[in-house]
Design a protein around this ligand. Structure first.
Ligand code: NAD
Ligand code: TYD
Length: 365
């Protein structure tokens, strides 16, 4: 007997950090068939979906959002009622080393996905046409950097991206908006702050620091470590995306944040404290002593902060985790899933660490 579902969602990038957390939560919830399209770049990891691969409501397809023929076939075969685009090149430091892959996926690939979604939507009738949604998962980095006294970003803040990554996401968001204004495609955009939690690739600050600290390696802090990010636990972001999909108004954008501004040095310090407590026998205690200030990231944004009043008041979403509870869960998860870390700790990962940190660490005082 085939399982019951009322909707089919085409989820792209569902083997990456946030996508995996979203797909896992949706599979637990049930009622929706998820077609998961992921190219499996270095950041995509099908092993993270081991528990979902047997689920008849989860269909995994390895492929590129920029492959128009494949995307068209998926629309024809599965008739999705919504598209949720998580697929992206997502690491700022990699975008500094080379911007081309960011343009290819975050702009050109996205436009292909939009074009095929439009084609599909135009073929729908009545209720199906009215309820179809295209949701773009975006970032607060499109708004650029804030001074210490500036109010947090609202949905009306101007786009002023600093990094090639942020510029590619900003360009993508503009295309999403243009497909709504020009063609009427019912789009939604979410701009979220920095996520942390299980399954994050250890090139990003929090998993990198956990990984290095456990190994007794240096903890590289860029510049003076006083840059501020707003942090949100990934499950809260995923729930925000689902809320916007189900209740958001087409054409609108929604900021999602944790109301949790921390300097990078505070974040690294908190991870060290958790590890000191959870690993009392570690020869690397106190882990704070591993902190090493290294050359700053070029164009480094000083501060991000999100005003998320709109999604809270209009749609009734709010995060569940505080930074302390979310970070403790995250550190505990990485401690319990050393096998997952080992699996992503490939030659390609080590090459990246050498490329990004080799000179910085050898020149660090
Ligand atoms: P990630 O890098 O961990 O995962 C991206 C996934 O997309 C990977 O599985 C990768 O294989 C897949 N992918 C890349 N190019 C593809 C293509 N051309 N076709 C199909 N799949 C492709 O990224 P993440 O941290 O999970 O971020 C997901 C989305 O959320 C991104 O759009 C990102 O901009 C946005 N976002 C991330 C954060 C954050 O803190 N991580 C915050 C706000 C918004
Ligand atoms: P990151 O996790 O790369 O996210 P983003 O750049 O998208 O905010 O970095 C978070 C912050 O941590 C950012 O200010 C850069 C800083 N950072 C370090 O200080 N050292 C590191 O090794 C990394 C990866 C990041």
């Amino acid at each position: 007997m085939s399982p019951e579902f009322h909707d089919t969602w085409l989820v792209t990038g569902g083997a990456g950090f946030i996508g995996v957390n979203f797909v896992q939560a949706q599979c637990r919830r049930g009622g929706v068939r998820v077609v998961n399209l992921d190219r499996l770049t270095y950041a995509g990891n099908p092993a993270s979906l081991a528990g979902q691969m047997e689920d008849p409501l989860h269909i995994f397809v390895q492929g590129d959002i920029g492959d128009a023929a494949l995307v068209r076939d998926l629309f024809a075969q599965y008739r999705p009622t919504a598209v949720l685009n998580f697929a992206a090149e997502s690491h700022v430091d990699r975008s500094i080393m080379g911007a081309q892959p960011f343009v290819e996926t975050n702009v050109a690939g996205l436009v292909t996905l939009l074009q095929e979604s439009l084609r599909h939507w135009r073929g729908l009738r009545d209720q199906a046409r009215q309820s179809f949604r295209f949701l773009q998962v975006s970032t607060d980095e499109v708004y650029g950097s804030l001074a210490p006294e500036d109010p947090p970003f609202t949905e009306r803040s101007l786009y002023a991206p600093s990094s090639p990554y942020a510029a590619s996401k900003a360009a993508g968001d503009h295309f999403v908006r243009a497909f709504h204004k020009t063609h009427g495609l019912p789009v939604l955009t979410t701009n979220c702050s920095n996520n942390y939690g299980p399954y994050q690739f250890p090139e990003k600050l929090i998993p990198l620091i956990i990984h290095n600290a456990l190994a007794g390696e240096k903890l590289p802090v860029y510049g003076d470590g006083m840059q501020i990010r707003d942090w949100i636990y990934v499950a809260d972001h995923c729930e925000g995306v689902r809320t916007v999909l189900e209740k958001g108004k087409p054409g609108e954008t929604y900021n999602i944040g944790g109301r949790c501004e921390r300097t990078n040095l505070e974040v690294v310090g908190s991870i060290c404290e958790h590890l000191d407590r959870l690993r009392p026998q570690s020869p690397h205690r106190p882990h704070q002593e591993l902190i090493t200030f290294v050359e700053d990231r070029p164009g480094h944004d000083r501060r991000y902060a999100i005003n998320d009043s709109k999604v809270r008041s209009d749609l009734g979403w709010q995060p569940v985790e505080t930074f302390d509870s979310g970070l403790l869960k995250t550190v505990a998860w990485y401690l319990e899933h050393q096998d997952w870390i080992e699996q992503v700790h490939t030659g390609a990962y080590r090459d990246w660490i050498r490329l990004n940190y080799g000179d910085r660490l050898s020149e660090a005082k």
